[in-house]
Design a binder for this molecule. Structure first.
Ligand SMILES: Cc1ncc(COP(=O)(O)O)c(C=O)c1O
Length: 389
């Protein structure tokens, strides 16, 4: 990986240390170019006319995600964010009173809130599978919880608030063995590690554009396995997702785009396709190797600093590093780092109730690294933490 070139394509790297890639990564120049060019075209010739002129670039979005996830482009839909994708899929499932959903301890807050909403509106039951001593979903407990009422396993692959990578493919084997549907939140894993939906064995997968994929904000995607599509009833339809075939009936599109809306962020969709291609061209294995090595280096350096506690447990860890400083609360430390032009974020107890209550954690700091970060940035970061000013 040519880090100098990658950084040259990421101009903000000159001015700041961006360790907030799990929040929103910095987009590379080709992604920004695609975004701005389309917006300029809209400004010059009009929105509908610009959309007509860029059909090929828009279609590329589906092909790029087919390539990224190892699936057919017909199994991909464009979404405005990951939460919308997750919610639509859950609402589309024919879940009724008494059905059970198995989920993980480290679920993203909005994902879990959607499950709670289903408890309220459809009277389903949620069963949370705890993590094991490695911080990963306990596969043995998951197996034990499976019974004939379980309709779905809904899991976050890499949590927002911890560097652990859950064993998504092992979960997929359990789901397949028992013929249970499987929805995976790949928000933090897409663009960070190699994802192949057949190897994982998931039926549905959701993600966001702005994180490790380095796409624009306000973009996301979903994957729905072809064989699953007719089983799902989209909670709403419009003139894009369905055809008004007779006065009193309609036919749904025969691909995953049945979950899309007609009106959407065309520039964002084009640019997100470019971002997925950019990641594939670099190679997801190479990306994962570099991201994980940088994060491991940061964890090791942090562990040497007095007063700093690193919270990651486990063996299989991602680019997300969480820690606390005994001399400062998480929000103050984030602010202090910001004064040094270092971007990080805070993982809050309030939005990680299940996980943080179990691990007895307050709000904690999060540094999330990407391949365009450097060893020198890690040194500077630790220097700032050590000097405490
Ligand atoms: C693991 C995980 N899932 C889902 C989401 C929600 O993504 P979005 O904001 O695109 O809806 C996030 C956002 O931080 C996340 O980290």
């Amino acid at each position: 990986m040519n880090t100098d070139l990658l950084r040259a394509q990421t101009p903000a790297c000159q001015d700041l240390i961006h360790f907030n890639n799990a929040g929103a990564a910095l987009s590379p120049q080709p992604v920004n170019d695609a975004l701005f060019q389309h917006l300029l075209l809209e400004q010059r010739i009009g929105g509908y006319e610009a959309a007509d002129a860029t059909q090929v670039a828009q279609e590329n979005f589906y092909h790029a995600f087919g390539r990224l996830l190892g699936c057919n482009p017909r199994e991909i839909a464009y979404m405005e964010n990951a939460t919308r994708a997750w919610t639509l899929l859950l609402q589309a499932m024919p879940l009724t009173q008494g059905d059970r959903i198995l989920t993980g301890q480290s679920e993203y807050a909005s994902n879990y809130l959607t499950l709670l909403h289903l408890v309220k509106t459809r009277h389903i039951r949620i069963d949370v599978v705890p993590n094991d001593s490695n911080g990963q979903i306990c596969l043995q407990t998951l197996r034990e919880k499976v019974d004939e009422d379980v309709r779905l396993i809904a899991l976050t692959h890499i949590p927002s608030q911890s560097g652990v990578i859950h064993p998504a493919a092992e979960v997929g084997k359990i789901a397949r063995k028992h013929r249970i549907f499987y929805l995976l939140d790949a928000c933090q894993s897409a663009g960070q590690i190699n994802l192949n939906v057949d190897e994982i064995g998931c039926d549905m997968l959701t993600g966001s554009g702005r994180k490790y994929l380095r796409g624009p904000r306000g973009t996301g995607f979903m994957y729905v396995r072809q064989s699953m599509q007719d089983y799902l009833e989209p909670p709403s339809v419009d003139l894009h997702s369905a055809s008004w075939t007779r006065k009193d009936s309609y036919t749904l599109r025969d691909d995953a785009r049945r979950f899309e809306n007609w009106e959407h962020y065309v520039a964002g969709k084009i640019a997100l396709g470019v971002a997925a291609d950019y990641a594939c061209d670099l190679g997801l294995d190479a990306i994962e190797t570099r991201v994980c090595a940088l994060a491991a280096r940061l964890r090791a350096r942090l562990a040497e600093l007095p007063g700093i506690t690193v919270h990651e447990q486990g063996e299989n860890l991602s680019g997300i590093v969480t820690f606390s400083d005994s001399s400062q609360d998480a929000a103050s430390l984030q602010k202090r780092l910001r004064h040094h032009n270092i971007n990080t974020s805070v993982a809050r107890l309030q939005t990680n109730l299940l996980d943080f209550s179990k691990r007895k954690l307050p709000d904690i700091n999060r540094a999330s690294l990407h391949y365009y970060n450097t060893e020198a940035e890690i040194d500077s970061f630790c220097q700032v933490l050590a000097t405490r000013n």
